[in-house]
Design a protein around this ligand. Structure first.
Ligand SMILES: Nc1ncnc2c1ncn2[C@@H]1O[C@H](COP(=O)(O)OP(=O)(O)OP(=O)(O)O)[C@@H](O)[C@H]1O
Ligand SMILES: [Mg+2]
Length: 274
């Protein structure tokens, strides 16, 4: 990405399903917005859960991330406001499933579709100097290391990896790490892991504690101090089309996502200073 742009692009990825990628995209996005950042979520999962979770009904998704990746729309044109001030989203729907076959025609350019679109967004924001530019673009990846995730990692500055505090938590992690390394050595030399967030942690169970320490041993300082607790309010919120911070600000899940937002901002500040 061009130097001087404030935009940080974070791909929220783990090919393991149900680990909290979408919950983190929605609620970290909301928490970052709540502490003063301007945030855009890009839903890159044909399931469209992030879109639903911020209140964009399926029939309201006029322009989607499919249109962006297929070159039919710019990111700015595809982004829709949410209930949260300073938080917008590029929604997704099942159209994305057809993208891989459509992209087959264009083998050389395939992994760069999203990166080019992000470069377009940065250029557009520069030209509109009267508007506050986005500080964070969070990409909610599908549970697969497919072409969509490849596009996300090629466009991103860094990857944020949610790991669920469950048995088999580290399963697939070495494959994820080697995919990141491979992309770093070919498509995107600046790619790094921003951090690893432990999700659905239950301090009462020994299993959660064991998994947390195993993940900390494996990833070291990359693991954020903040752990997202298992909290039923967090699971309920999407069915109301609301991020947890709007649904129940006081609950432990909301407070954890706010702490995570501060930790991420601090880590970004250190990276920029380095
Ligand atoms: N902190 C939490 N407390 C309780 N439930 C949670 C929490 N985080 C996520 N969940 C629930 O766990 C399930 C999986 O979460 P989520 O959809 O965020 O995972 P994902 O990695 O995006 O899944 P997929 O791989 O299908 O995209 C959802 O039902 C969600 O509501
Ligand atoms: Mg998801």
């Amino acid at each position: 990405m061009p130097l001087g742009s404030p935009l940080r692009v974070l791909a929220i990825a783990n090919q393991k399903g149900g680990v909290g990628k979408t919950t983190t995209a929605i609620n970290l996005g909301t928490a970052l917005a709540a502490v003063g950042e301007k945030v855009l979520i890009l839903d890159l999962d044909p399931q469209g859960n992030a879109s639903t979770g911020v209140g964009i009904a399926e029939d309201a998704r006029a322009v989607t991330s499919f249109d962006v990746l297929s070159g039919r729309s710019t990111i700015a044109n595809a982004s829709a406001p949410t209930l949260v001030p300073n938080l917008s989203i590029v929604p997704a729907n099942a159209d994305l499933v057809g993208l891989e076959s459509e992209m087959m025609q264009d083998a050389n350019h395939r992994p760069y579709r999203l990166r080019d679109a992000v470069a377009g967004l940065i250029a557009e924001q520069r030209a509109r100097s009267n508007e506050v530019p986005y500080g964070y673009l969070l990409i909610d990846c599908p549970p697969s290391l497919n072409l969509l995730t490849l596009n996300a990692m090629t466009a991103a500055h860094a990857v944020l990896v949610p790991v669920q505090c469950e048995f088999f938590a580290l399963e697939g992690i070495s494959q994820l790490k080697s995919t990141i390394d491979q992309i770093k050595s070919t498509l995107n030399p600046m790619l790094e892991i921003q951090g690893v967030v432990l999700t659905m942690h239950d301090a009462r169970t020994q299993l959660s504690r064991e998994v947390a320490s195993e993940v900390r041993n494996f990833f070291g300082a990359k693991v954020y101090e903040t752990m997202i607790p298992r909290n039923v309010r967090v699971a309920e919120a999407p069915s109301h089309g609301k991020p947890i911070l709007l649904y129940d600000y006081e609950c432990p899940g909301s407070q954890a996502y706010i702490r995570l937002a501060h930790e991420i901002i601090e880590r970004e500040r250190q990276l920029r200073a380095a």
